[in-house]
Write a protein that binds this ligand. Structure first.
Ligand SMILES: Nc1ncnc2c1ncn2[C@@H]1O[C@H](COP(=O)(O)OP(=O)(O)OP(=O)(O)O)[C@@H](O)[C@H]1O
Length: 234
């Protein structure tokens, strides 16, 4: 589903991503982990073609990341995604659907399905300004799901959320995963990653330290946080 082959990204003298290769298979729930400045967002930006690698290549569903068609089945939720507070959640989703060239009645049918998927039935008609951060994030995820993606790319989906909001997003991601969605997420919340994800990669200063199943990375008696600290501190 996702393949990085010897990807390097330099910003002048800084090597933000250094010869990174890994794959994420269809149906996998994958977390890209690393300390601040490790290169996680730079990898996401290259997958979305917001920036291009200095060398190496990235592909989605076998199609190079530089070609727009590779993102036809991709939903993306940026870190600190903004949902206009003066709209209702329903109107926000409806606007997103209309941007996808659906007519009003198709858009309404589709949005009803999305509202159900994100578990916001009964709350969709109140203004976003009255929502908790977890609810706002659910609507952000709803927008990312609008084009019926097969792959979701989420940059820090639980950033700034309280434990209840974090749990809401986890439950939503678990249900999407059960429906066969491939999920690629950047996160600092290692305990959450351990609960949701099948596989993870840890990068530090642009270099890949490990990419494997969580069960292979985390040995008996350890947590993902223990492994993370051990590998990153070297
Ligand atoms: N446009 C840019 N120009 C110059 N340097 C950049 C640019 N974008 C990122 N960097 C640098 O590249 C490195 C990797 O940044 P990146 O944002 O990918 O890290 P990150 O792992 O996502 O960090 P965080 O967890 O803090 O979001 C950092 O040193 C950052 O300062």
């Amino acid at each position: 589903m996702i393949e990085l082959k010897n990807v390097t990204k330099r910003y002048e003298s800084l090597t933000a991503v250094d010869d990174v290769s890994f794959t994420v298979k269809p149906g996998e729930c994958f977390a890209l982990l690393g300390p601040n400045g490790a290169g996680k967002t730079t990898i996401v930006k290259m997958l979305l073609d917001f920036t291009r690698p200095t060398s190496g290549s990235l592909s989605l569903s076998g199609i190079p990341s530089t070609l727009a068609e590779c993102r036809q089945s991709v939903g993306y939720l940026a870190e600190n995604h903004h949902v206009p507070p003066f709209l209702s959640g329903w109107h926000y989703l409806l606007r997103c659907a209309e941007l996808l060239d659906m007519n009003r009645s198709e858009a309404a049918d589709h949005c009803r399905r999305i509202v159900e998927l994100i578990g916001m039935q009964g709350r969709e008609n109140t203004k976003v300004s009255t929502y908790s951060k977890g609810m706002v994030q659910r609507f952000g995820l709803g927008a990312a799901l609008m084009g019926n993606p097969k792959l979701l790319i989420l940059d820090e989906p639980t950033s700034g959320l309280d434990p209840i909001g974090i749990r809401e997003i986890r439950q939503l991601l678990e249900s999407l995963k059960d429906q066969g969605m491939t999920i690629f997420l950047n996160s600092h919340l290692l305990s959450e990653v351990e609960k949701i994800c099948d596989t993870a990669a840890i990068i530090n200063r642009g270099k890949l330290l490990v990419k494997d199943t969580i069960s292979s990375i985390v040995k008996d008696g350890e947590t993902l946080e223990d492994v993370f600290v051990r590998l990153v501190k070297g």
